[in-house]
Design a protein around this ligand. Structure first.
Ligand code: FES
Ligand code: FE2
Length: 354
């Protein structure tokens, strides 16, 4: 799955011109960069000489020098220099393995394959135009937390269910959260929102009961965007609209083994925050890292243990856990589909289904 589909590996605003970010996805070392022309590119982060990891971390860079023997590569992946030239013959065609990459909706999408197997058009079927409304290019990355957990699907299931909110998160979020979710499906992608009730104390801007049904053009965008947005297969976006704007993007990235994954939480704030917004956002992002890192992921690890025991063979999913059912249904369909048929599988008539 992770080598066949476009994966959201970074927000566009994370990659300045002439900068890079090294990461690992399902055991594959990836070097993301933005070249001097402004184009985002992704390569296997491995030196073609003898395979050493080329770069670690992130930051500004226009050249990448391998720490093993010093081969140096340009932003186009071409070998630009190497010590002891006389020891090699013609090296003019040596370059880094490049992955298929594009940008859309303020995010960088990479297929961990030189050839794209699914076109962006089919993969999103218009969903990226909805994501565009977030205007992610104008946000600032404030904090990042990397939270270890078990198999990526178990970690992701917890993003697809509000049923657990008042129980597992009864102490952190408080017991007043609704356990119900309204699921909207856009092909494999989803949006979860919470039903509102008239008595709830909700900001006017997102209170659906205060919207004028005769004038949808005057409805504040925030009321349409709160909730959780799921990008198949492994990204969830939480959009907060409580006084100020905040956005948490969670990438559930499989590890080297099937029983490990990392939840990368990136917290973005709109525009350039002042000191006090900065402080408030830092507290909110630390709180969300606590909720997922100390409540969700230990629970998912327990499920992993039960499954590995061999005695837990079947889960029970109720009607209110429709998001999880849809997610696993799509995984099965992708796994059953040949590469050549993937475009057809993903291309849908744009629109929500409930
Ligand atoms: S492995 Fe990179 S220079 Fe030798
Ligand atoms: Fe949770």
């Amino acid at each position: 799955m992770f080598m066949r589909l476009p994966l959201m590996l970074a927000a566009s605003c994370e990659l300045d011109t002439n900068s890079y970010k090294a990461m690992e996805v399902a055991g594959i070392p990836v070097l993301l960069l933005r070249d001097r022309q402004g184009q985002a590119r992704a390569f296997l982060n491995s030196c073609p000489h003898r395979g050493a990891i080329l770069s670690e971390g992130q930051g500004p860079a226009t050249r990448f020098t391998c720490p093993y023997h010093g081969w140096t590569f340009g932003q186009d992946g071409k070998l630009a220099g190497y010590p002891l030239r006389e020891a090699f013959g013609d090296v003019s065609d040596i370059r880094l393995t490049e992955f298929s990459t594009f940008e859309s909706a303020g995010m960088v999408w990479v297929t961990l394959n030189p050839q794209p197997l699914v076109s962006p058009k089919a993969f999103f079927s218009g969903f990226d135009q909805l994501l565009d409304v977030f205007n992610l290019n104008d946000w600032t990355l404030l904090t990042r937390h990397e939270l270890p957990g078990p198999n990526w699907k178990l970690c992701f299931d917890a993003h697809l269910d509000f049923y657990h909110l008042p129980v597992l998160h009864g102490r952190s979020f408080g017991p007043g959260m609704s356990p119900k979710a309204i699921y909207g499906y856009w092909g494999p992608h989803q949006r979860l929102s919470q039903p509102q009730n008239t008595k709830a104390d909700i900001d006017d801007d997102i209170n659906l009961f205060k919207l004028d049904p005769g004038h949808p053009d005057r409805w504040p965008l925030g009321s349409m965007m709160v909730g959780e947005w799921i990008i198949f297969p492994n990204v969830s976006i939480n959009y907060f609209y409580r006084g100020g704007l905040g956005m948490l993007i969670s990438q559930i990235i499989p590890g080297r083994r099937s029983d490990e994954a990392v939840t990368v939480q990136s917290y973005f704030v709109a525009g350039s925050p002042d000191e006090s917004q900065h402080q408030a956002a830092a507290e909110q992002s630390a709180f969300l890292a606590h909720v997922v890192g100390d409540e969700d992921l230990p629970t998912s690890a327990g499920q992993q243990l039960a499954i590995q025991s061999g005695h837990f063979k079947e889960m029970i999913l109720g009607r209110n856990e429709g998001g999880i059912q849809a997610f696993h249904g799509w995984i099965e369909r992708v796994l059953e589909t040949e590469d050549a048929e993937l475009n057809e599988l993903f291309a849908i008539e744009p629109g929500w289904r409930f």
